[in-house]
Design a protein around this ligand. Structure first.
Ligand SMILES: [Zn+2]
Length: 675
């Protein structure tokens, strides 16, 4: 059973009332011929899609986005296959060679661990704490991103990110985050439950196995020491909850703070080795972890650190070491919760290539699959939806004038990037050898590091992108007052370049309207137009907003997919308000595209239907009962109820002959209007 709405409609009632005539549009292909739109709009608009769609084995849900994901994955694979014929030295060829080296298991097998020999030798040469400090400093990575992607842990003992912070800074800020653990989370080291204990036993055996494969004696003894050191590191690390808090950006440490607050390590030597000698301040995102590293450098014996570093090196490179290493690592990391670890090698090779050269692949993707006319079309839709939403904000009477002024500045200065970034990265400094997977990996890591260092002290580019064009998603960058909308998401049914205006505004237009509203709603109220974290709603604004939103909260809490479970109207409030805002703004903008034909009621009614059906199709999804239950704990309500938001729009009633007595019917006074 997908939704109670469906069940509660007696079939006789559905057939007694007339279904709307089909519209002359390809959208009609998925529309149900039996369900009345006024009873279950989601099932009406997506009926035949729901009938034809099977949730793949091993999955609990299948949505429009999954289809887009599959198409995108195939497109990227084709790009990489074609790139094998690109001229040697070109960026496309580097991308192809990176993946080829990764997949060349024969060469990987024949080289053994020889490519890691220089790195293992430098670990062997560590004789004192000064050398250890320098080695740790040289090893730190630019592989974290706390504010955009919630990447809070590094592969290295500390990880660096150089990005805009949350106080409206004009230059990039250096962030240091915790890292250096082989398991996914500190709790896996510290948990006393049996699952955690079993995982640790398996992990210790894995550490021993890798060290043994690499030729180290006393591997079990060494593994015990490695686990002990990692556990000590885990004890100093921030918890998941403490870490996932943007206010950690307030922990701005000067170099003197490191010496004073994190004794035990020569921080000057550490930063010098890292190439950060001139950097005066860092955000210590998890201060306890920074203190922990220094204290453990002081307290733990050199040989424990050496075995730890040897193991970390092997573990991180396991996928590009001989098969015995790769298989052991895949089993271990899958057990620790990394679902991609046990995936097919071809997929892991693609993932690794994306990680190393994401921007280069994005450029290839955009050039082939997102022609400039499509970009221009979406940009026009964005401009029109934004203008419509601005009008609604201007007309809102619940916001105080001062608050409204800030909201309008935010919207009018918002940068919306469509398809791909304004600048592409330069990969000319990256050497890729089709027979050297480990070397390629190291050079890609080094390149990311050089790129991070080169940004220190530079002015923030408020138009910088934080998502690759081939990513099926979007990102709200409040600290830049920016919104990135990648090419990969701009595919049917979310965006179809051949669709009518009505269908386009119903689909991509409503998504854009939804996201634009987040910049001035409860989420956006935490950041001003300069990107500074500053709550700019007054207490009265919040009260007025809550009063207006309350009926929508009640509306959603009234949806009961199961006898014992309902939607949580409060948990989903922000997203539901955004859906409503998106629908209203996109609808206004679409109606303006009608021009002189707006005076033809039959035409308008048909176009309105296209608009609403397209909206329902963009978020179509088929859920198992289990997935439906899981979705009830998410801040996005199940798609069937999100779609029902149309019941708050007057035009929807006219377009589909929705009358009192039908399941979704709301009396005009009960229809919610916030923006
Ligand atoms: Zn949202």
């Amino acid at each position: 059973m997908l939704s109670a709405l469906l069940l509660l409609v007696p079939l006789a009632a559905a057939t007694a009332q007339a279904l709307p005539d089909p519209i002359p549009s390809p959208l009609e292909e998925t529309v149900s011929r039996t369900i009345l739109p006024g009873n279950d709009f989601f099932a009406y608009a997506n009926g035949r899609w729901l009938d034809a769609t099977t949730i793949p084995a091993g999955k609990e849900r299948w949505a429009a986005r999954n289809d887009i994901d599959e198409v995108t994955r195939r497109r990227v694979a084709v790009l990489l296959d074609d790139a094998r014929k690109a001229p040697f030295g070109s960026v496309a060829r580097k991308v192809a060679d990176y993946r080829a080296a990764w997949l060349d298991e024969g060469t990987i097998e024949s080289k053994g661990i020889a490519p890691l020999r220089p790195a293992l030798d430098s670990i062997d040469r560590v004789r004192d704490k000064a050398a250890l400090t320098a080695l740790l400093g040289r090893g730190i990575r630019a592989d974290v991103d706390p504010l955009n992607w919630a990447v809070y842990r590094s592969a290295s003992i500390l990880g660096l990110s150089v990005e805009p912070s949350v106080h409206g800074e004009k230059t990039y800020v250096a962030f240091l985050l915790q890292g250096g653990l082989g398991l996914a989370d500190r709790d896996q080291y510290l948990g006393s439950d049996s699952a955690s204990r079993m995982l640790r036993t398996q992990y210790q055996e894995y550490v021993a196995a890798l060290l043994k494969l690499a030729g180290f004696d006393r591997s079990s003894e060494r593994a015990a020491k490695v686990l002990a050191l990692e556990t000590a590191i885990a004890e100093t690390q921030g918890t998941r909850a403490a870490t996932a808090n943007d206010h950690n950006a307030d922990h701005l440490w000067t170099r003197a703070d490191f010496t004073r607050q994190a004794p035990g390590m020569d921080w000057t030597a550490f930063f010098a080795a890292a190439g950060l000698a001139k950097q005066g301040t860092f955000v210590a995102w998890q201060p306890s972890a920074v203190k922990g590293v220094a204290a453990l450098v002081a307290s733990q014996p050199i040989d424990a650190w050496q075995d730890y570093l040897r193991f970390r090196l092997l573990d991180e490179n396991a996928d590009v070491l001989p098969r015995a290493f790769a298989e052991a690592a895949a089993t271990m990391h899958a057990a620790a919760g990394d679902l991609s670890a046990a995936g097919p090698r071809a997929q892991r090779a693609l993932d690794a290539t994306q990680l190393a050269m994401s921007d280069a692949i994005g450029r290839m993707y955009a050039e082939r699959y997102f022609p400039v006319e499509q970009k221009r079309r979406v940009e026009r839709i964005v401009a029109n939806v934004a203008a419509a939403f601005v009008k609604r904000v201007e007309a809102a009477t619940w916001m105080s004038p001062a608050t409204k002024a800030i909201a309008l500045v935010k919207l009018k200065t918002l940068y919306v990037g469509i398809g791909y970034p304004e600048h592409w990265q330069d990969f000319s400094d990256l050497k890729v050898d089709p027979r050297d997977a480990i070397g390629n990996r190291r050079r890609a890591v080094d390149r990311a590091w050089r790129r991070a260092l080169s940004r220190l002290g530079k002015p923030v580019d408020m138009h910088e992108w934080w998502i690759a064009p081939q990513t099926v998603g979007g990102v709200l960058v409040f600290q830049q007052n920016a919104y990135d909308f990648p090419a990969a998401l701009l595919q049917a049914p979310k965006f179809d370049s051949a669709a009518s205006d009505a269908a386009s505004y119903g689909a991509i237009g409503t998504i854009i309207g939804h996201d634009l509203s987040h910049y001035v709603d409860l989420l956006g109220a935490e950041y001003d137009s300069t990107g500074a974290m500053r709550h700019w709603w007054t207490r009265d604004d919040s009260l007025h907003f809550q009063t207006l939103a309350e009926p929508l909260i009640q509306q959603f809490s009234g949806y009961h997919p199961f006898a014992d479970a309902s939607v949580d109207g409060r948990l989903t409030e922000t997203e539901n308000v955004a859906d409503l805002a998106g629908l209203r703004a996109a609808f206004d903008a679409y109606r303006l595209t009608l021009g002189t034909r707006a005076s033809d009621p039959a035409f308008v009614r048909q176009q309105d239907r296209e608009f609403f059906i397209a909206f329902a199709q963009t978020i179509r999804a088929k859920l198992s009962d289990q997935a439906m239950r899981t979705q009830l704990t998410n801040d996005h309500a199940p798609e069937t109820y999100r779609t029902a938001t149309v019941r708050n729009i007057d035009a929807w009633y006219e377009a589909f002959n929705v009358t009192p007595g039908q399941k979704l019917y709301l009396a005009p006074a009960a229809r919610v209007r916030i923006w």
